[in-house]
Design a protein around this ligand. Structure first.
Ligand code: MRU
Length: 336
């Protein structure tokens, strides 16, 4: 487990480490306001597919803290606000649907807030368990001392527990199977060079940060044994959406004959998406590319193309690690 807390619930407040400030500042947001949590998700103060779902579940519960006999209009307002924060990570909608079911079954009860809170805590605890299981199931991908490359951030900051791909790396390291990690910086919001580096450092795992465009060079020089990343939504056929630049890595792996793995809990599988074509891709504000920390770095008048995610087709994925198993192709997640 990590030696810092990224998301927890205490004294009727959700506590989130502000990920936009890491690793320079470790500052926490304390709030019982679902609107403030919605804004945190939008700003990426809390991000990573499972963590977004967990934050939204707590936010949903908090929205009913001081409300007795809530009407359907209020419920819809809360649900739609939280569901509008980010479109790609299906864990958000998965968690909200769970909360909705509990709400519908208990909306007349005086103890509604407590009941909703218990469900949010259950979602959080289940995620911790799923992270541990992914770490265990992922051990199979290592055949000896391994140098791993990863993209974006998939650890304790992105989940309720030890992570998705990060949990696999961490467990591999603890078992003497991971000797070095290369962390893609992950343009433009630097989840790799800020957040994965922060987590690798805290865990004592030897690593380097590299620019995203260095991955091909590293592979050409035989520096990378395998790639493992997370996912924000997996279609039934195994096509997997993840941080923009993930697809590039999968194509590079194919060219260099390097295994390419995804690690994600089953809450990331979307049975409504038959293939990756059905996955909604988030587009981000142009200022995330044309400026840096508020400083304009190119002309404001230029068009910007800023998808936050891409989809890696299943045929490029060597295996998908969930809390249940290491799944091998051909993938069919309709019964998972
Ligand atoms: O935009 P972000 O930082 O929320 O994107 C996160 C990722 O792409 C992660 O790799 C993904 O959520 C899977 S790991 C928890």
């Amino acid at each position: 487990m990590s030696n810092f807390k990224s998301i927890y619930f205490e004294n009727d407040k959700l506590v989130l480490i502000n990920q936009t400030l890491l690793p320079i500042k470790e500052e926490y947001i304390f709030t019982d306001d679902y609107e403030r949590i919605s804004v945190s998700i939008e700003r990426l103060e809390v991000r990573g597919a499972p963590a977004i779902g967990i934050a939204a579940a707590y936010a949903f519960a908090l929205a009913f803290k001081n409300i007795s006999n809530p009407d359907d209009e209020y419920f819809k307002k809360v649900f739609n606000r939280l569901a509008s924060t980010r479109p790609t990570a299906v864990n958000l909608f998965w968690a909200l649907e769970r909360m909705k079911k509990i709400f519908i079954a208990n909306k007349q009860k005086e103890s509604l807030y407590k009941i909703l809170l218990n469900e949010a805590i259950r979602i959080h605890n289940e995620d911790i368990e799923m992270c541990n299981k992914m770490g265990e199931n992922g051990l199979e991908i290592f055949t000896g001392e391994t140098t791993v490359l990863t993209h974006c951030n998939t650890g304790a900051l992105a989940t309720g527990g030890s992570g998705t791909a990060f949990s696999v790396i961490l467990n591999g390291y603890k078992n003497g199977l991971v000797k070095y990690v290369y962390a893609d910086e992950t343009r433009p919001l630097l989840q790799g060079s800020r957040l994965t580096a922060f987590e690798l450092d805290k865990a004592g795992i030897p690593f380097s940060i590299n620019s995203d465009s260095t991955a091909a060079f590293l592979m050409q020089k035989n520096k990378i044994d395998l790639v493992v990343v997370g996912s924000d939504r997996i279609a039934v056929n195994g096509d997997a959406a993840n941080k923009i630049g993930t697809y590039n890595l999968a194509v590079l792996c194919k060219h260099h004959n390097i295994p390419f793995y995804i690690a994600a809990p089953t809450s990331t599988i979307d049975k409504n998406c038959k293939t990756g074509d059905d996955i909604t891709i988030e587009f981000r504000d142009k200022k995330e590319l044309n400026s840096f920390k508020g400083v304009q770095i190119t002309s404001e008048k230029y068009n910007v193309f800023a998808p936050a995610f891409d989809v890696t087709p299943n045929e490029l994925i060597t295996g998908i690690i969930t809390e249940k198993a290491l799944h091998k192709p051909p993938y069919n997640f309709s019964g998972v």
